[in-house]
Design a binder for this molecule. Sequence first.
Ligand code: HEM
Length: 293
Amino acid sequence: MPAGTRRSWQVWRDRRGRLSWLRLVALAFLLFPAVKALADAPEIMHGARPINDLIHRAGFWALVFLGVTLAITPLRRVARYGPLIDVRRMLGVGAFVCIAAHLTLFFADQSYSLAKAATEITHRVYLIIGGIAWLGLAILALTSTDAMVRRLGGTRWRRLHQIVYGIALLALIHYFQQTKADVTVPIFVSGLFGWLIAYRIVAWWQGRAELSTLGLLALSAGVALLTFLGEAVGIGLAFHVSPWRVLSTAFDFDIGVRPGWLVLAAGLCVVVLDAIRSRSVGPARRASAVAAE
Ligand code: HEM
């Protein structure tokens, strides 16, 4: 094979055919759930519902990969590191592969009966919502090839791929609805998605791609506050208690760290990264990290 070229399945090589550490790291991250499930196989197989355990794992990691895909744009700007864009597609396709496994496992859980699976999906709201999100992700995965980008044209492709925000929202609703008791993780995950969407809204609103360090700090504090309020109202409605009572537990670390604090911590990590990078990288490099979008 001539130097500088790569076969499409060689995802660890960049467009010029060179071995890419960034792609290797992304690939290892994408393979982690499968490796972890293999390592946990004895525990899974001896569990009460092995297939359901795997359904949960595949669904959860699909959401993680979807979130990381959405995090690439703010991260590459904050880190002033343009090459990060090179792994966004493989992460997005990784999310779809996980969700294809999720649905296949669900099908297996319905004894491979198409009729049973279809009945189950059409009779449960959280599955209908999951199904719509699934179809959306399938459309994004199918249109993620170079050939499809050329065929659709940049503008139409970008407009189509904005459905990812709706998909993320539906996936979060599906996640919440299927959660039986403890909603701490779904609230935390929703707070992180909230941060990623709010970042884009603020960047669009201020008419420029970058937020200042202070802007990122205000954004993180605002989204963390909304996470606290969302948890208080959500738990208040679900368990008929006063949201103020739920809010008053925010500082009671004996009962655990509330998701709002974790969302704030994640946001502050981005703020610190921005503060460091904005002092260590010159304006030229900053501009190139944004311009390549
Ligand atoms: C037709 C499409 C889908 C079906 C049939 C489906 C089915 C399921 C089922 C049966 C569960 C477990 C519920 C339980 O144990 O009671 C589940 C959980 C879950 N699903 Fe889906 N799902 C679909 C689409 C999606 C999509 C598109 C996403 C995200 C991108 C997703 C993310 C999740 C997550 C995060 C969980 C919970 C995992 C956890 O508890 O850690 N699902 N889904």
